[in-house]
Design a binder for this molecule. Sequence first.
Ligand SMILES: NC(=O)c1ccc[n+]([C@@H]2O[C@H](COP(=O)([O-])OP(=O)(O)OC[C@H]3O[C@@H](n4cnc5c(N)ncnc54)[C@H](O)[C@@H]3O)[C@@H](O)[C@H]2O)c1
Length: 254
Amino acid sequence: MRLKNKVAIITGGGSGIGRATCQLFAEQGARVVVADINQKGGKETVALVEKAGSKAVLVKADVSQEDQVKRLIKRAVQAFGKLDILVNNAAAFVFGRVEDATLEDWNRVLGTNVLGPALCVKHAVPEMKKAGGGAIVTIGSISSFIAQPDYVPYNTSKSALINMTRCLAMDLAPFKIRANVVCPGVIRTPTLQRIIEERRMTPEEIQREWGNYHLLKRLGEPREIAQAVLFLASDEASFVTGTHLMVDGGYTAH
Ligand SMILES: NC(=O)c1ccc[n+]([C@@H]2O[C@H](COP(=O)([O-])OP(=O)(O)OC[C@H]3O[C@@H](n4cnc5c(N)ncnc54)[C@H](O)[C@@H]3O)[C@@H](O)[C@H]2O)c1
């Protein structure tokens, strides 16, 4: 068990990569706090964690709202007595060209994807200090590094997480708190499924537009991302901080 006796908060734990991370963490002995705005998805994840033999609580929290983040951290410590791991996974998917993005779009994407992780870290750190250390894993993307057509708001938000993490790693190292980013390629999650349905993409189009860009010539699965999050959250990564791990099937290698 790689996370025995650990307590982890996973934001956006009610779906996709967040859910797979909750499940894998539970299998590895962690007690899990599922934080999401989606109650239904969150409840399903709690049931999956319990099925995996661990304990979970669901906290309804919008990571862009500081009062809700404060409450989330408080509830986690009330439920399980401490906090060791924070996974910043929740995201808003706001795409488009700069001419089309509204002020509301920018506030939503930066509020959820940049301010959200910053607020979660801010309020988690005092608890991690009490616990004698901790691990923060934030979900970036291939979009943290590359340009993609009509992706300005999302990619701006995802690139900010890389340097936020380096700065966090520097400031938090004295307290034995590590901070790292996992950058997925294109992963089969409910959000991707929604995009596929909206664009009415055929399997051939999915392969041509996304699959073929990965050296491994396929999309990734949520659990393949969760495995990387597990490594960085665990003591096996005790000398890893301030960096990012591409889990992108080679998408950004060429
Ligand atoms: N799916 C991909 O191809 C892909 C690729 C690269 C990076 N990512 C990143 O992986 C992470 C998870 O993506 P996914 O595809 O699993 O998404 P998903 O939509 O399946 O799950 C995201 C979850 O976050 C929750 N959420 C959204 N806004 C929130 C908020 N303000 N507060 C709390 N919860 C909120 C949603 O309710 C949802 O349950 C995101 O950070 C995303 O940017 C995904």
